[in-house]
Design a binder for this molecule. Structure first.
Ligand code: ZN
Ligand code: ZN
Ligand code: FE
Length: 756
């Protein structure tokens, strides 16, 4: 039996089952997973086999079970045998898991020796990936190595019937880690008394408290206190990016958000991601500054015992729990570093002495019709593998630039790392290198090649080319997107891929990002794309979205007619600036061409005056989606596009849509209606082109990938339309549609290459 079956209480579980069904024999860990030999009545054996799957421990993940008849041996009892050999290359490593109900009950029991102990855990819960330094997964190879178990903990650890049997992070107040509270200069503020209660009270008084968690630090503040949240936002220089909020329990979340059954499942599951939930119109209002200009909140439930204690101490108030980092640096994990680098952000520090080895940010998931997809796959999910449909050579893929992750293939498993971050800082780069080394070590893989983006300036590409010492295979960005989605669905063969995102290195020297690719795992043909838009100033236009708006709308109408509409926008930006941009566009000076779908959102968001500048990647698109959600569908204008009869490569003409949008803006039509009409037109255009291209290329499967499909409205609606047109549609469910997923696609593409 293989899968995540080690270090998750699997053998004691098997032992108990065997006892229940009156079976004799043994269970043992092997290099291939877990091996069981049992003797007993046929019916009992069947029920035993059935229960192995249906009742498996929460953290276990069974990938395959092979059953074989043996000659009945003479066993007197059932026993847990010591491992047949050292853990080898087929073992998997469990992600960190939220504290379980049994442990919580003990933590709340005044008679229990772990009453209110913030590090209570068992074989079914607690830290894993973030504390593991090396394999095999033994305590000596974790950050718990420096704590030696007291006799009581040791007895639990060694008793096969105890629920802490071989729970490597097992600990108690006598022998385990402890927690303390300091001010922002590192001076301890509670000599006596309970530091967690004190921290909770300080939060209620409006303080920002840095809290050391599982995969890194959080900055915690009362989510109902506008003044405190605004202060944190100001200190973090993160003017608009939404903050995640931790609620004490699922019931309290309902006061503020609508929670579907699927959403609830993820909210309360052992991965405990941040779940994006729609706000209730007349529900509990959190402080405005928690998530300005959004119609959702990012909500999570407590996942460590410390979180539960802290939320209790804060009287059950929802708390902002945002990553403890300054602006875009990696999340802090070390006490001393945190005190140094977060002291301008936090007033107090709730610290502990169980070191975090691997940082892991909170995961973020978006519920959609029929499931979820991750926006960020990190703590609680990594390094659980994506199962491939066939065995591939050992490839390392180093991802892109934004939201970087890396991927390592071993046989049929693709190990995707936690979120590394935007690779533009030395800190993030160092973390990237550490993650590469760590994945290779934990999964004992020696890659024979490295896959990277084609962009020569990405730090990941440079590392692949000059530091990795491996033959490098460059993979086109949007091809990687499509193949990532194929890989998670086990697809092969030629299909139509829609890769809609912001930016990716194109093969024609332009920036791509609105691509229709006839693709398989080995290659692709660009059969269509969104029209090229000149971006005045390149990256500057990505930040100052009004530049792209000027470019897009003057192309659709001509500068004179655009001016004739008398929009106030251009005056607010400044005549001088606008004219300079016009000259750049006319003279094609520093105006790289982009087919990025995200740029169209930028243009519309700027023209309706929602956002003329963005502070983070994808901001305009996210806010435009929120705006569109508020529109009355009955009043939404219907915009149109034209598809050109170009044979080789389909490029739609979006001019009619942009012309009509400009007129509607000038006529004062409500911005939400314009935003909705724009979404609908894009969807119709993508659907029409897909149907036509599938027809001409004789394809019947469509794969949707790229950051634009983080937009739930587009991904759901487009899927429905394509499905009705008789096509099979595949969207991401396991890895992010955005650049956090491309390392998986890179790895699979590079694996197809024959090395000399
Ligand atoms: Zn537990
Ligand atoms: Zn102990
Ligand atoms: Fe992308």
């Amino acid at each position: 039996m293989s899968g995540i079956v080690q270090g998750v209480g699997f053998r004691p579980f098997v032992y108990r089952l065997a006892c229940r069904f009156g079976l004799r024999g043994w269970v043992s860990n092997t290099v291939h997973g877990v091996k069981i030999e049992v003797v007993g009545k046929n019916g009992a054996l069947d029920r035993f086999a059935e229960s192995l799957r249906s009742e498996a421990p929460p953290m276990a993940e069974i990938v395959s079970v092979r059953r074989r008849k043996i000659k009945p041996a003479l066993y007197e009892t059932f026993e847990i045998r010591s491992s047949i050999s050292r853990t080898g290359r087929t073992t998997l490593i469990s992600p960190d898991a939220a504290v379980c109900e049994d442990c919580l009950a003990e933590m709340r029991d005044p008679a229990n020796r772990r009453y209110r102990y913030p590090f209570i855990n068992c074989t079914n819960c607690g830290p894993r990936y973030t504390i593991i330094l090396d394999v095999p997964y033994d305590r000596a190879n974790t950050t718990m190595a420096s704590f030696s178990m007291c006799p009581e903990c040791r007895a639990e650890f060694e008793n096969p019937l105890d629920r802490r049997f071989h729970a490597q992070p097992n600990a108690c107040p006598v022998c385990g880690p402890r927690v303390w509270l300091t001010d922002n200069r590192g001076r301890q503020v509670t000599e006596k008394g309970d530091p967690v209660s004190r921290a909770g009270r300080l939060i209620l008084e409006g303080a920002v408290v840095a809290v050391k968690g599982l995969g890194g630090f959080h900055l915690a503040v009362d989510a109902t206190n506008e003044e405190a949240v605004a202060r944190l936002r100001q200190r973090k220089i993160r003017q608009d990016k939404p903050f995640a909020v931790m609620f004490p329990d699922p019931g309290s979340v309902r006061a503020c958000c609508r929670v579907s059954t699927a959403a609830r499942k993820y909210l309360t599951g052992p991965g405990r991601p941040i779940v994006l939930l729609p706000r209730k119109r007349r529900g509990l209002r959190l402080a405005w500054s928690v998530a300005p200009c959004q119609d959702t909140y990012g909500i999570m439930l407590p996942y460590t015992p410390l979180h539960y204690l802290l939320l209790e101490a804060a009287s059950g108030r929802p708390l902002v729990m945002t990553s403890g980092n300054s602006s875009d640096e990696p999340i802090e994990i070390d006490n001393r570093d945190a005190l140094k680098r977060l002291s301008h952000l936090a007033d107090y520090f709730l610290l502990h002495d169980r070191p975090i080895f691997m940082r892991a940010d909170d995961s973020v998931v978006q519920p959609v019709r029929g499931g979820i997809f991750p926006l960020r796959r990190s703590r609680g999910y990594a390094p659980r593998p994506i199962r491939l449909h066939k065995e591939l050579p050992p490839v390392l893929a180093v991802g892109g630039y934004l939201k970087n992750t890396i991927c390592l293939i071993r046989g049929r498993d693709a190990f995707l790392s936690q979120h590394v971050g935007d690779l533009d800082r030395t800190d993030t780069y160092r973390f990237f290198v550490l993650t590469v080394e760590q994945l290779k070590k934990l999964f004992e893989v020696v890659p024979d090649r490295v896959a990277c983006d084609l962009h020569p300036d990405y730090l990941s590409t440079r590392w692949a080319l000059s530091e990795s010492g491996l033959p490098a295979v460059g993979v086109q960005h949007h091809h990687a997107h499509i193949v990532a989605c194929m890989a998670e669905h086990g697809l092969s063969g030629k299909l139509l891929g829609l890769a809609m995102d912001g930016t990716g290195y194109g093969l024609d020297g332009n920036t791509w990002g609105g691509e229709f690719l006839a693709a398989d795992e080995a290659g692709f043909k660009r059969v269509g794309h969104l029209p090229y838009v000149p971006l005045p100033g390149g990256d500057a236009a990505i930040r100052e979205t009004w530049r792209t708006a000027r470019s897009v709308f003057s192309a659709a109408l001509g500068v004179d007619r655009l001016e004739g509409l008398g929009l106030g926008l251009w005056d607010r930006i400044g005549r001088g600036k606008v004219e300079a941009i016009d000259r750049m566009i006319q003279g094609r000076i520093n105006c790289p061409l982009s087919s990025g779908c995200g740029r169209l959102f930028d243009a519309v968001a700027a023209l309706v005056d929602l956002r003329t500048e963005v502070l983070y990647e994808g901001q305009a698109a996210i806010e435009l989606e929120s705006l569109a959600a508020r529109a009355d569908p009955g009043k939404t204008p219907v915009y149109s596009f034209e598809s050109k009869e170009d044979v080789d490569c389909l490029v739609p003409d979006l001019g009619p849509m942009f012309g009509a949008i400009a007129h509607d803006v000038a006529a004062g039509l409500e911005a939400s209606l314009i935003a909705r009409g724009f979404h609908d037109c894009l969807i119709r255009m993508m659907a029409a082109l897909s149907v036509r291209l599938c027809d001409s290329e004789s394809l019947d499967r469509v794969v949707l990938s790229g950051g634009v499909f983080n937009n739930r409205y587009i991904s759901e609606k487009l899927s429905v339309i394509l499905h009705r047109a008789g096509l099979r549609v595949y969207a991401h469910r396991l890895v992010p549609p955005g650049d956090g997923g491309i390392s998986l696609g890179q790895a699979v593409v590079a694996a197809q290459v024959k090395l000399e």
